[in-house]
Ligand binder design. Structure first.
Ligand code: BT5
Length: 288
């Protein structure tokens, strides 16, 4: 157990170290509040006049009314976790089809950061869950923003770092603390994540937002990089579709547009663009 967690003595984020990390990656402004409703809402508000710098970041020590997808909530106690929203202003020439990839870019950056900094075998559960050992550690929520200087995107990422079991809202959730049995420095994690996002985004922007183009180290495309983090591929899943129906199949591939390609029991392929995906328990009892 982390000795600080139960006593309310959780350390705050180190703003100076984060500003330094962001400056070294040529990022925009950093704003960290003591408490707020939602960092996504705050950044969308700041973006409205059109002057907010590309790769500006909004975070908070205590997010009290965080948003999940489809009107769901995101719940975290003060200083226990990370809530990070990043503003992306696409340059002229950036392929609009690249915009939906920004949420998976951020989720992949978080997966890579967790792997590198904690050694946990983190992965991405399509489309936006950061998972490890079958539990949800984090999630990503992207919002399109119309600004006077053109369309932009805010991508918010939440990560459970220090929560004890009783502080998590659902039994499917876990924190790094619970899975590792030891604390993790939130500032280090956040700096690592921001650096990864800046690098991945820099490569992606250099190929004008084309997810298939070989852009990254070793000639990998963003699509290939995201697919390498996807734990859903190869698994039997239930996809709960927006119309309320459920599609069961094997997750075969990440589509060129970011969709999950599922093959059902009759051998028919389905192109799933929006869904909640549940991995089915395998015969050995594990999920993924
Ligand atoms: C997500 O939605 O996973 C997206 C979460 C995004 C949160 C970030 S924090 C920074 C930024 N500012 C915001 O206001 N939001 C973003 P979804 O896939 O819809 O999952 C939501 C569901 O996850 C809830 O209905 C709960 O069942 C569960 N949940 C809520 N809080 C959780 C937590 N801390 N850990 C794991 N699961 C949680």
């Amino acid at each position: 157990m982390n000795p600080d967690s139960a006593t309310g003595q959780r350390p705050p984020l180190d703003h100076a170290r984060l500003r330094q990390a962001m400056a070294s990656h040529g990022m925009g402004e950093l704003h960290i509040s003591q408490s707020t409703g939602s960092t996504n809402d705050d950044l969308v508000e700041r973006a409205k006049d059109g002057s907010l710098a590309h790769l500006s970041v909004e975070s908070t020590e205590h997010q009290m009314a965080g948003h999940g997808r489809l009107g769901r909530g995101w719940e975290t106690p003060a200083r226990s976790s990370l809530a990070i929203s990043i503003f992306f202003r696409p340059e002229p020439g950036f392929d609009p089809a690249g915009l939906p990839w920004l949420s998976m870019l951020c989720a992949t950056a978080m997966v890579q950061t967790i792997r590198e900094r904690t050694g946990l075998a983190a992965g991405l559960k399509w489309p936006n869950d950061v998972v490890a050992e079958g539990f949800k550690l984090g999630g990503v929520l992207a919002q399109l923003v119309v600004t006077p200087s053109g369309p932009a995107v805010v991508v918010g990422t939440g990560l459970n770092v220090d929560q004890e079991r009783a502080e998590l809202p659902v039994p499917t959730a876990a924190s790094l603390q619970l899975l590792r049995g030891t604390g993790t420095d939130r500032t280090e994690l956040m700096a690592g994540y921001l650096g990864r996002v800046a690098e991945l985004h820099g490569s992606f922007a250099a190929v004008h937002g084309r997810a298939q183009a070989p852009a990254l180290a070793h000639g990998q495309s963003l699509r290939g990089t995201v697919a390498a983090s996807l734990v859903s591929l190869g698994h039997q899943v239930d996809a709960h579709l927006p119309d309320g129906s459920v599609l069961r199949g094997t997750a075969e591939e990440l589509g060129a547009d970011g969709a999950l390609i599922l093959r059902d029991g009759r051998g028919q392929a389905h192109h799933v663009l929006a869904a909640d995906v549940f991995h089915l328990r395998r015969s050995d009892g594990s999920y993924a």
